[in-house]
Design a protein. Structure first.
Length: 86
């Protein structure tokens, strides 16, 4: 299935205690279940916004970041376009 890379936060939690010592510098982070516009849900991170700004129903889009030569699937909030912007 091809996906556009956009979806909605279905549920989430803010992780404050790392599950592994290697992730200590990453906390706190948002672990979310994102429902893609095509229907499937996937577990991912929401990045590029404060953890207290994430909410159920929030529109998100896939962002590409390379970490340790592995591109994780992470999502960031969709930024609404300015009215009249083309």
């Amino acid at each position: 299935m091809r996906a556009r890379g956009t979806g909605t936060v279905w549920t989430f939690t803010v992780v404050g205690m790392p599950g592994h010592p290697a992730w200590g510098d990453e906390t706190p982070y948002v672990l979310a279940l994102v429902e893609l516009d095509e229907g499937p849900r996937l577990m991912t991170n929401v990045v590029d916004c404060p953890s207290d700004a994430v909410h159920v129903g929030q529109r998100v889009q896939l962002v590409t970041t390379v970490r340790d030569s592995q591109p994780p699937l992470q999502f960031a909030p969709v930024v609404p376009q300015e009215i009249g912007e083309s």
